[in-house]
Design a protein around this ligand. Structure first.
Ligand SMILES: NC(=O)c1ccc[n+]([C@@H]2O[C@H](COP(=O)([O-])OP(=O)(O)OC[C@H]3O[C@@H](n4cnc5c(N)ncnc54)[C@H](OP(=O)(O)O)[C@@H]3O)[C@@H](O)[C@H]2O)c1
Length: 253
């Protein structure tokens, strides 16, 4: 009898692991046997739920504000010192800010770009030497289906997520020779703190369930399973693409 394929990636860093999608991705990876570097601003791992002891044992919690490049480098250094290698990174940390474009300040625009796009590039760059040292690896950037939509009051967020798609494509091409693959996973409307205020409105809840062909918002665990499957399956020909996970919303007429 042949034994089941073993996942190639063993240590995965996840940014923004404190809550929402980052916490769900960290837990799912730990559940699948990976050692997970949970990078978060407080450095205490998932904060929005109780972490079972067996999964906590596979998590290494480290402080990392993704906009602080020195801290990011130090966190990846500390992680690889403990695990011996870094095989994959999930650049998930992100913020959401919206407002009428007639009033949206350049400061707010720059902040959204800084966390959601510049820091994604910087984390990829900082991870590169560690992934190269491991003989190659996988970078998963968390984008959004807003990267291809025109959304009122979302010029900054949409621009930043479109940048994530572009960064993913460029690094995939540039680093293919280093055996580093780069993939953009772009969720649609998924229930987390990021959109909790919207979901408190019945009008918005009605709108979003009608806008999504599958008739409901996504769950963080669905994004987590998709990301963990990409890392676990280790499909060597997949790189540079954006994979949408939005219940069909962005392609729906
Ligand atoms: N939820 C959705 O519908 C949806 C849809 C498409 C894409 N996304 C994307 O998915 C990712 C995760 O979103 P989410 O829904 O899970 O949001 P969330 O619940 O608000 O969580 C955001 C995470 O990002 C972290 N973060 C923010 N700024 C950071 C910084 N400077 N350094 C380090 N961590 C930082 C937060 O950490 P703290 O706890 O320290 O604040 C938190 O862990 C984001 O990139 C978002 O754009 C979400």
């Amino acid at each position: 009898m042949t034994s089941p394929p073993q996942p190639l990636a063993r240590t995965v860093a996840v940014t923004g692991a404190s809550r929402g999608l980052g916490a769900a991705i960290s837990l799912e990876l730990a559940r699948r046997g990976f050692t997970v570097g949970c990078l978060s601003r407080k450095g205490i791992g998932p904060e929005d739920q109780a972490v079972p002891t067996d999964l906590a044992a596979r998590m290494i919690n480290l402080a990392c504000d993704v906009t602080d490049e020195a801290e990011a480098r130090a966190a990846l250094d500390a992680l690889t010192e403990k695990t011996g290698a870094l095989n994959a990174i999930v650049n998930n940390a992100g913020i959401h800010k919206q407002g009428r474009s007639t009033d949206f300040s350049s400061t707010d625009f720059a902040e959204v770009m800084s966390v959601n796009a510049t820091a994604v590039f910087a984390m990829c760059r900082e991870a590169h030497p560690f992934l190269t040292a491991a003989g190659g690896g996988l970078i998963v950037n968390i984008g959004s289906h807003y990267d291809k939509m025109g959304v009122r009051q979302h010029a900054a967020y949409c621009a930043a997520k479109a940048a994530v798609g572009a960064i993913t494509r460029c690094l995939a091409v540039e680093w293919a020779r280093d055996k580093i693959r780069v993939i953009d996973v772009a969720p649609g409307f998924t229930l987390t703190d990021l959109n909790k205020p919207h979901m408190e409105s019945e009008r918005f809840r009605d709108f979003i369930t009608r806008a999504i062909p599958l008739g409901r918002p996504g769950e963080p665990e669905e994004v987590a399973r998709f990301v963990a499957a990409l890392i676990g399956e280790d499909i060597p020909f997949a790189t540079g693409e954006t994979y949408y996970l939005d219940g069909g919303q962005a392609i729906s007429n």
